[in-house]
Design a protein around this ligand. Structure first.
Ligand SMILES: [Zn+2]
Ligand SMILES: [Zn+2]
Length: 323
């Protein structure tokens, strides 16, 4: 068969415009069988034409493991988190709020400011200052209303700082397993742009058996959380459009603990880990001091949302290249 490239492109354009009719399907087979074009080429030109063909969609997955001490994470056998560390930036010396309570620290992570601004000073969530310092989903929805936001948690109070319209999906469950089932389903099937996931059972183990690398039950709970992280990553990678997406995966915690409690301003309670993984993450240990409030600013930056000085955020970008 003798065919000029102009004719070939005209035929492919026809193919593109017409969809797969039986005639064109058989013509496609002829082109491929005669090695005039590859099937990959035809598949490529048959994609819908839009801007996303050229720019990958930036997306963010934040996995929060409540009450997970960095020294115990380092000791536990965590193959999936280790892989994320290999493909990203990390600090095991990051710091959380001096009020190392869940409500205060998760609010810091998700607003990008310390408690003197967001005003959540306990798990009671009395008078949070969401007008000035909203959940970062709020800023996403103002800047890019088309992006879809998911918040899926074991500890339901983390949702208290969400205002109407901030999250497209808000779910709370009674176990980390149920959180995982729901989150993996959304991640594999839904048009997710940003998802925050909260696991609570490491903190439960700490309160029951003790926080620290010397407690076997605590380490086991971290290993269980790691398995769930593995399931989430598999779900992410199974997404139909995964090749065209650019996910930033962040994992961190709200606070540490000692004996069977937390809440104080001591290193065992306020030292946390921070991991940012994915194509855009820098690789290796982050040398500067990282803080829990950096999560919001880093996530917004990956989503290409400019941080306005008037927002008065305390966090900085950590784990992405300097712009
Ligand atoms: Zn907590
Ligand atoms: Zn706790």
């Amino acid at each position: 068969m003798n065919i000029s490239s102009g004719t070939l492109h005209a035929l492919i354009l026809l193919f593109l415009l017409s969809g797969i009719s039986p005639f064109l399907q058989s013509y496609r087979n002829i082109l491929v069988n005669q090695h005039l074009v590859t099937s990959e080429y035809i598949t490529a030109v048959n994609q819908p034409i839009n801007a996303n063909m050229f720019a990958k969609e930036n997306k963010v997955l934040i996995i929060g493991i409540d009450g997970c001490r960095p020294d115990a994470l380092l000791k536990a056998n965590t193959i999936f988190i280790d892989k994320l560390i290999e493909n990203g930036a990390y600090s095991f010396k990051a710091r959380t709020d001096e009020i190392s309570s869940s409500g205060t620290c998760w609010t810091g992570m998700l607003t990008g400011v310390w408690h003197n601004k967001h005003n959540v000073i306990s798990n009671e969530y009395k008078n949070p200052n969401m007008d000035e310092y909203p959940h970062f989903f709020h800023r996403v929805k103002l800047a890019k209303p088309g992006l879809s936001t998911y918040s899926i948690a074991h500890w339901a109070p983390v949702h208290k700082i969400l205002q109407d319209g901030d999250a497209d999906v808000i779910k709370s469950f009674q176990s980390d397993d149920s959180v995982t089932v729901a989150a993996t389903k959304y991640l594999s099937e839904a048009d997710v742009d940003i998802m925050f996931i909260h696991f609570d059972e490491v903190d439960h183990a700490g309160h029951t058996y003790g926080y620290g690398p010397e407690y076997e039950e605590y380490l086991k709970a971290i290993e269980n959380a790691d398995q769930r992280v593995g399931q989430l990553i598999s779900a992410l990678e199974s997404r139909q459009n995964y090749e065209n997406e650019n996910w930033l995966i962040m994992i961190s915690t709200d606070h540490g603990g000692s004996e069977t409690g937390h809440g104080k301003n001591i290193p065992e309670h306020t030292t946390i880990f921070y991991i940012v993984s994915g194509k855009d993450a820098i690789k290796g240990e982050i040398k500067k001091q990282v803080f829990v409030i950096d999560v919001t600013v880093t996530a917004l930056t990956h989503l290409q949302i400019d941080i306005e000085p008037s927002w008065n955020l305390d966090g900085q970008v950590s784990g992405l290249p300097e712009s």
